[in-house]
Design a protein. Structure first.
Length: 464
């Protein structure tokens, strides 16, 4: 069922909560997925959430908590004791989800919650995960997995699989390790079902296995899973011992988060720490004002650049008419190139080692685009001059100046937009910082210099 949370639906639910209609709530929850219930929790106040929560099974409650918005989850957890959090939620979660939830709590509450976890092994797994950077494969992985020693038989593999059936929500493969727990390969579920139980594992397991280390960047781990079409990815430590696994649902969250951050940076602002609607007013101002001030100061150099050409503008006022056309064309071209290269870098389609190939390609592209816009600019001036005398008797010279300037400005804008992300990547900075507004501001200033320099050279002795 494709659930849609409407105002009418939410109002009816709140009325049922207010009336203490348990039968209505039970019937409602039986039809909904955990993600749908979490969406409802996001809209309820604390007391209403607690009323609905009492109707959830322990396993379902854990799933709902993970799916809730961070701010709603934070408010809900703040209303519970450490013991309630541990026994009613954490005990029923996989280690990665439990670590994510606990990491949002204060240090004091974290320690209290961990002390109330009944299973010492689960508590130890969560502590291990909390020690990893959240932006690495170690911080993303779950500790629960099925592994079997390479010296065992398939009957041992089946036993391991059955012993973990209740602990792991999704089992995609059984990992094969040696006596030191080093990852050697895997056995697919198909092999388990179709092979004789007496066959030694070393005769069946697949040695061609892809893994990542615990310190691998989370975005890189997501890229590996996407590249090789994996639904699960094993994680090993620095000496190759199997320590966890990453599942596709965790990767989707990473990709969405990274893309959101890139889009916000490319819009010329700092990354938001929480959803837009819950972001405090002055925090939004702070996130946006910084880059706006930087860009504004950059744009003031446009006036500075024009001041150097006051004499030329005074002698040929017609030149000023085309300033917006020139700088916008360069800025738009630079923004296009910047966006293309930033995205290509993010997807791994290009690397900084290919910078020279990118320059050669963008030089030709910029030249062709410049010729196209320059030709259109000249034809526009020629067409207007056929009906009105706004550009004077030297309109051909004016049109040629604008056309040649557009070729230069568009070519420069294209090169700037494509090279700036590569330069930033080379020095360890996020290429998304070289956003469209930033490139446009840079090209605005330099575009004016190109335009008036071309005008000075081409119009000398005629209009200048």
């Amino acid at each position: 069922m494709n659930f849609q949370l409407t105002t009418e639906y939410l109002d009816a639910l709140k009325e049922a909560i207010s009336a203490g209609n348990d039968a209505f709530i039970d019937g409602l929850l039986q039809e909904l997925h955990a993600s749908d219930i979490a969406e409802i929790f996001n809209e309820l106040d604390i007391e209403e959430s607690k009323f609905v929560y009492k109707h959830l099974s322990d396993e379902e409650a854990g799933k709902v908590l993970v799916e809730m918005d961070e701010d709603a989850r934070e408010r809900f957890l703040a209303s519970l004791t450490s013991k309630e959090i541990a026994e009613q939620f954490i005990d029923n979660m996989e280690s990665d989800d439990a670590a994510d939830v606990i990491s949002e709590l204060s240090d004091k509450v974290q320690n209290e919650v961990l002390s109330h976890i009944e299973d010492p092994e689960q508590a130890s797994d969560i502590v291990d995960l909390l020690n990893y950077d959240s932006n690495t494969a170690g911080g993303l992985m779950a500790k629960e997995l099925v592994k079997v020693n390479v010296n065992k038989n398939m009957i041992d593999c089946v036993r391991e699989l059955r012993s973990h059936a209740d602990d792991i929500q999704h089992i995609y493969a059984i990992y094969v390790v040696d006596d030191d727990d080093k990852l050697l390969g895997l056995i697919s579920l198909k092999k388990v079902l179709t092979s004789s139980l007496r066959v030694p594992i070393k005769q069946l397991f697949n040695e061609e296995i892809i893994s990542v280390k615990t310190n691998t960047d989370a975005e890189e781990a997501a890229r590996v899973m996407e590249k090789y079409n994996l639904v699960v990815l094993p994680v090993v430590d620095v000496i190759g011992r199997l320590v966890g696994r990453i599942t596709i649902d965790d990767v989707v969250d990473v990709i969405r988060k990274e893309e959101t951050e890139d889009v916000q940076k490319m819009g010329g602002m700092e990354v938001l720490d929480e959803p837009y609607m819950t972001m405090p007013f002055w925090q939004l101002i702070k996130k946006r004002a910084g880059w706006l001030v930087v860009l504004f100061i950059g744009e003031t150099f446009t006036a500075t650049a024009m001041s150097f050409f006051q004499d030329q503008i005074a002698k040929a006022v017609v030149l000023a008419l085309f300033v917006p056309l020139i700088i916008s064309s360069g800025g738009n071209t630079g923004s296009q190139a910047s966006t293309l290269i930033i995205r290509a870098l993010a997807l791994g389609e290009v690397t900084i080692k290919e910078w020279w190939r990118i320059i050669k390609k963008e030089l030709l592209i910029g030249l062709v685009l410049g010729i196209i816009l320059g030709t259109i600019g000249f034809l526009r001036i020629a067409l207007w001059s056929a009906f009105v005398n706004v550009y004077g008797e030297h309109w051909i010279l004016v049109g040629a100046t604008v056309g040649v300037s557009l070729i230069g400005v568009v070519l420069w804008g294209n090169l700037s937009g494509s090279l700036l992300p590569i330069v930033l990547k080379r020095f360890g900075r996020d290429p998304a910082v070289s956003s469209a507004p930033f490139v446009a501001t840079l090209v605005d200033v330099t575009g004016l210099i190109i335009y008036f320099t071309v005008a000075t050279l081409m119009m000398r002795g005629v209009l200048l």
